[in-house]
Design a protein around this ligand. Structure first.
Ligand code: FAD
Length: 466
């Protein structure tokens, strides 16, 4: 007899309830990962190294990670039959694809007398647990977060098993999955920035808790400062559990920085809750009236936005940070997303799809919910007419232009006064900085004031159609 642990987005040994439960049984284990073919390119890069780290951590405890490709229901039921597996343990997942797969797997396993046990692991609470007073789902973040604080995060975390006794089963070879880019190898910036895997996740958390968390509430909006935790890819792949992060953060005190950070973890929780309520959150507007939005995409604008060539420095810096490192600062994400959907009038789904391919931590819940939040079609979205002005945002949150200069080096020599609006600079200043608009750096696709007007007109058209 054996027990099978199906790793999905819980690629860790510490505080892994599925692994813990299976290991407790004392029976031989099958530790399985099945390739998730839907991942974007940056996520595949991350996955390669995360699986490498997980396999090494398992081997250090005497066990073995088994890699397989194929339909999860067929792969798992095949292993169950071949190795007399009596229980399959997995983290509970909320993405529609996994919910449907689990439903089918449950039916299949029941027929062969094997149990499927899904454990709370990727979120702090099961989504159906946090409800309004009348038992319905929340559509607004603030009362949702209040209900989470009142519910109290469960105690934990669980220790990593000291040893892992695994059944001898053949594995596919990770390199054969070709998750890494080769020609061209665009991952140099990502290698320099990240250490995927559980140890990397803990190092990132420790560094954040050792100092930055205390000033998080002020520093988190400034992309040129190391003000946020950068835990998101580790959290997405489940290399560290939300419950572990929560308790470690709380243990550092209850100042403003810590409280703000805990609330941010609850935004993640809220996104999961929304995905649970709206399984097609990646493609369909939550506020149905937005389905008729009069988009006005112009040829070449989406490509310019993706490449960081819009002519708006803070937007271009953000898009290039994303391309180079597989991550972008949250404040800048909001600015870039807003410029795409409001100024350029390009459907938010096109932006979501680009982030899906280029973000290491591309996540159905957080990405879908955040894009809809920016587009105004989401739950709890700011009123549509509150439109980010990318120049004012840049001046406020990157006042010395350090962030823009890092990612848009062609503007490096511009004085601070013009770094966020080079088109306002006198020609002598531009010449002195070696900038020729339209040659060395693009002219804006659309100026902030014109973009704002275009967005408001589109919104008026939408209202007239209702
Ligand atoms: P910190 O500020 O240190 O926050 C701590 C943790 O809280 C994060 O690691 C993350 O897990 C969670 N968190 C923080 N803010 C949010 C939020 N608004 N929504 C959900 N979780 C949050 N986040 C993703 O994890 N995956 C995505 O695909 C994703 N796509 C986004 C797309 C857009 C257009 C926008 C505006 C935001 C998106 N976010 C996404 C949310 C947020 O930008 C990132 O979680 C955050 O920037 C990660 O950096 P950090 O780890 O330093 O965050």
């Amino acid at each position: 007899m054996a027990q099978l642990v199906w790793f999905r987005n819980d690629l860790r040994l510490t505080d892994n309830p599925a692994l813990h439960k299976a290991a407790e049984s004392g029976e031989p284990l099958i530790l399985l990962y099945i390739l998730d073919e839907r991942a974007g390119a940056a996520s595949r890069w991350w996955l390669h190294y995360s699986l490498t780290a997980l396999a090494m951590d398992i081997e250090a405890r005497g066990g073995r990670l088994v890699l397989r490709r194929g339909n999860p229901v067929e792969v798992i039921s095949g292993l169950v039959k071949a190795h007399d597996v009596i229980a399959v343990h997995a983290a509970r997942s909320y993405e529609p694809f996994w919910r449907e797969t689990d439903r089918k797997l449950d039916v299949e396993l029941k027929e062969i007398d094997c149990g499927l046990y899904r454990h709370l692991s990727a979120s702090l609470f099961p989504p159906e647990r946090i409800t309004t007073k009348v038992g319905g789902p929340f559509g607004v973040y603030t009362p949702f977060s209040k209900a989470c604080f009142e519910a109290g995060v469960p105690e934990g975390p669980l220790p990593a098993p000291a040893t892992l006794n695994c059944a001898p089963i053949e594995s596919e070879v990770l390199a054969d999955w070709k998750l890494l880019p080769t020609k061209p190898d665009w991952a140099g910036g990502m290698r320099a920035e990240w250490t995927p895997g559980e140890a990397g996740a803990h190092a990132r958390l420790n560094a954040f808790l050792a100092g930055p968390i205390q000033s998080y509430s002020e520093a988190r909006d400034f992309p040129d400062r190391p003000g946020t935790s950068k835990l998101s890819p580790h959290a997405h792949f489940g290399e560290i559990s939300p419950r572990y992060v929560w308790h470690r953060a709380k243990a550092t005190g209850d100042g403003k920085g810590v409280q703000t950070f805990l609330k941010e973890l609850l935004w993640r929780e809220f996104s999961i809750n929304l995905l649970w309520q709206y399984p097609d959150i990646r493609t369909q507007p939550i506020r149905k009236e937005f389905a008729a939005f009069p988009w006005k995409e112009k040829a070449g604008h989406l490509a310019a936005w993706r490449r960081g060539q819009t002519g708006i420095p803070i937007v271009d810096a953000g898009m290039r940070e994303l391309w180079q490192t597989g991550w972008m600062h949250n404040r800048v994400r909001m600015i870039c997303a807003s410029y795409l959907v409001k100024h350029l009038l390009i459907p938010w789904q096109a932006g979501e799809a680009w982030f899906w391919d280029t973000l290491c931590e591309a996540d159905e819940a957080a990405n879908g919910a955040s894009w809809q939040w920016v587009a105004g079609s989401g739950a709890d979205a700011a009123p549509y007419f509150r439109i980010f002005n990318p120049v004012l945002q840049g001046q406020k949150f990157d006042p010395a232009g350090g962030y823009v200069r890092r990612f848009v080096p062609e503007l490096e020599k511009l004085p601070d006064a013009y770094i966020h609006a080079p088109w306002d600079a006198p020609s002598l200043v531009l010449a002195g900085a070696g900038v020729r608009l339209g040659r060395t750096y693009p002219k804006p696709l659309i100026l902030p004031a014109d973009g704002r007007q275009a967005a408001l007109s589109a919104y008026e058209m939408l209202k007239a159609r209702q």
